[in-house]
Write a protein that binds this ligand. Structure first.
Ligand SMILES: Cc1cc2nc3c(=O)[nH]c(=O)nc-3n(C[C@H](O)[C@H](O)[C@H](O)COP(=O)(O)O)c2cc1C
Length: 342
């Protein structure tokens, strides 16, 4: 399947209750993104996600240099161009648009070179990349964690917003999902992606009912065979539950959900961390350490029961989603409201 045909992504919309362009909808088996994860998402994970029919997202920062990032995109786009599955989902790149990211210009140029179908911006205003990415028909989604940041990103002309809600792995948001989606829908009619503890097919369906078009799943994919997480991190995800999650700003200055046992393993006392408010990405070494040794996961961690292939995870999501759709048809409330006779 040819991934460059996504230049038409912004074009036509199907006449259904989704804001996804027809060309995108056509290529998905589920409305899900395997979310970008620093030091976790690999080319293999993204390729496996896309070949299973969900969008796979790769943080540019996972490639140690802009040159390696270029090689990774050549490899990824090449692999997907020859994939034989009936639906091969488009791939996405995650760019940190914070002013301290010195690679932004080079990595944006690489996205343009390979016509990245979707770019997901994080930690700053998306206007730094919207023009370049939309010039060839690529879509820009901006990560936001409050309605105020959502409004700013919407004004910058993004195609979609990723609402990072409470419970998300990585840098989390403060707001509960239903309220966040409702408040953003008051002023934004584009694509909404929701992030935060979405781990099964029922969660995917519930997000659509709230008014979202896509679901961002991070934690669900840490313990996959293709992820770059070390084995001990994957095992910790499988063994952990909600009680093991600590929301702290002590590590990077921004609020993040971390796995308590990983802090203990690194010699820290999770109950005696010093809060930090200044957020700065200029010390790349320190940032890498914060994510390499202090592992992150969201509130959905308890739903991850084994290390599995990405395809197996997506197939299970598919079965769960199908079961929820089937149950909706037999639901007494559905019956009461549609036929008004049950
Ligand atoms: C280990 C880890 C690393 C992450 N790194 C990034 C990142 O580099 N860029 C980004 O935009 N989001 C990052 N995230 C957030 C995810 O993209 C996604 O929004 C989040 O995982 C969704 O919540 P969930 O983990 O509860 O599914 C990260 C999340 C985790 C768990």
């Amino acid at each position: 399947m040819n991934t460059t045909s996504l230049a038409t992504l912004g074009a036509e919309r199907p006449a259904r209750s989704t804001r996804l362009p027809a060309a995108l909808l056509e290529r998905l088996t589920l409305p899900v993104i395997a979310a970008p994860m620093f030091l976790v998402s690999s080319v293999a994970l993204v390729a496996a996600a896309c070949r299973s029919g969900i969008i796979g997202a790769l943080p540019a920062a996972n490639a140690r240099t802009p040159e390696i990032f270029d090689q990774w995109l050549a490899e990824l786009s090449g692999q997907l161009a020859t994939a034989t599955e009936a639906r091969v989902a488009p791939w996405a790149v995650n760019l940190v648009v914070h002013r301290s990211n010195k690679r932004l210009e080079a990595d944006t140029a690489t996205c343009v070179k390979y016509r990245a179908p979707i770019v997901i911006t994080a930690l700053g205003g998306p206007q730094a990349v919207t023009g370049a990415i939309q010039s060839y028909g690529g879509l820009v989604f901006a990560d936001v964690n409050t309605p105020e940041f959502a409004a700013k990103a919407a004004k910058a002309g993004v195609d979609g917003l990723v609402l990072v809600c409470s419970g998300a792995g990585g840098h989390t948001g403060p707001m509960a999902m239903p309220a966040f989606v409702a408040s953003v829908r008051e002023f934004f009619d584009g694509i909404i992606v929701v992030a935060g503890a979405m781990s099964d097919g029922a969660a995917v369906r519930s997000a659509q009912m709230l008014g979202a078009d896509l679901v961002h799943m991070g934690t669900r994919f840490i313990a996959t065979e293709e992820s770059m997480a070390v084995a001990a991190y994957k095992d910790m995800v499988v063994e952990s539950g909600f009680k093991d999650i600590l929301c702290t700003n002590a590590i990077t200055g921004a609020w993040a959900n971390k796995l308590r046992p990983s802090l203990v393993r690194a010699g820290l006392d999770p109950d005696k961390l010093q809060p930090r408010t200044a957020f700065d990405l200029s010390n790349a070494e320190e940032d890498i350490k914060a994510w390499r040794d202090l592992w992150s996961a969201g509130h959905g961690v308890g739903q991850v029961k084994a290390v599995e292939s990405t395809r197996t995870v997506v197939e299970r999501l598919h079965q769960e989603y199908e079961a929820v759709l089937a149950a909706e048809l037999d639901d007494p409330w559905m019956c009461r409201f549609r036929a008004k006779q049950c």
